[in-house]
Design a protein around this ligand. Structure first.
Ligand code: FE2
Ligand code: FE2
Length: 310
């Protein structure tokens, strides 16, 4: 697996946005506008012109990202069993796995440091429920049903108190976090922009399925560490619930996603294996970039020896 250290500042390639921060802040602001509920407007035609310009920019970014990952995809198996083995191995060997940041959050971070981390994560949260809903359009029955079951869990199985999005909101409110695009490192915006690009673009539907599956596969260990860290810092159960829940539930989600969404898709069309793999690597590479940026900020002054990055 390549490391993010070898990535040449992901996102720095368009003359229009000469640096990664401008690119990802621009995409993040546009995503917020284009996905918001809205009403008919006299500006609709002008908005379309903006959308076209931003879609080209977004597409250029995704294609450059794809080109960067291409060498790693040649060896991805195209039979369902072989592919699932490759995919599940990402849990241990994928980009950003076992980043030392999480042991540090669990055992050492102060409340202020934990709050900064969660503010970054909250701003980079694209909304798993909406990403699943956008991705499931026109899928064949078995994968569509799996995405529906996953979505229904996101919806608290019909109970507002169990909805995952508002559950995270309660953490944000309880810890008095104020996430904003401007206050977020570009790597976290890049992650959300990438997930949104894949889920909203039909030509990237397989990548989106792979990226979402990579979240289910890798989230439990990370959110488990965050849950423990919050407990150590004395945060009440209400603020920890989102992380405690996902530390368990996503293990089941990942198993079901792989068996009911990934396997049937690869069985029906072996050529989609590489596209699913590509989406998973995109998501994990974005995560790796975030962890490195977070460590750069959080450890700038007191670099802990015990959890030093390799
Ligand atoms: Fe969730
Ligand atoms: Fe999940």
């Amino acid at each position: 697996m390549i490391s993010v250290n070898k990535l040449a500042r992901l996102g720095v390639f368009t003359p229009e946005f000469p640096d990664a921060e401008a690119l990802h802040q621009g995409l993040a602001r546009w995503n917020r506008r284009r996905l918001a509920i809205a009403k008919p407007s006299r500006d609709w035609a002008a908005d379309l012109n903006t959308d076209m310009r931003m879609l080209r920019l977004e597409g250029g970014f995704v294609e450059a990202f794809r080109a960067l990952l291409a060498p790693q995809l040649a060896a991805v198996p195209e039979d369902a069993a072989g592919f699932l083995g490759w995919f599940e191995a990402l849990k241990d060997t994928g980009p950003g796995q076992w980043d030392p940041l999480f042991a540090w959050l669990e055992n050492e971070a102060s409340l202020e440091q934990m709050r900064w981390f969660l503010t970054q994560e909250a701003a980079g949260e694209a909304g798993f429920d909406d990403l699943v809903a956008l991705t499931q359009i026109k899928l064949p029955p078995r994968p569509k049903l799996e995405l529906a079951r996953n979505y229904w869990d996101e919806m608290g199985r019909g109970a507002e108190g169990g909805m995952h999005g508002p559950m995270l909101e309660r953490t944000v409110k309880g810890l008095e976090l104020t996430p904003s695009i401007e206050g977020t490192v570009w790597q976290s915006l890049c992650l959300a922009n990438t997930m949104t690009a894949l889920a909203t673009t039909r030509r990237y539907v397989y990548q989106s399925i792979g990226a979402l599956g990579a979240v289910e596969l890798t989230a439990p260990t990370r959110v488990g560490a965050v849950a423990e860290g919050l407990k150590r810092l004395g945060c009440p159960p209400e603020q920890r619930k989102y992380f405690v829940l996902h530390a368990q539930l996503d293990i089941e989600h990942s198993r079901a996603w792989n068996a009911e969404a990934l396997a049937p898709l690869v069985e029906a069309d072996p050529s989609c294996a590489r596209l699913i793999a590509e989406g998973a690597l995109m998501r994990l590479t974005c995560g790796e970039q975030c962890f490195e940026a977070y460590r750069g900020h959080l450890w700038a002054h007191a670099h802990p020896v015990v959890y030093a990055a390799e």
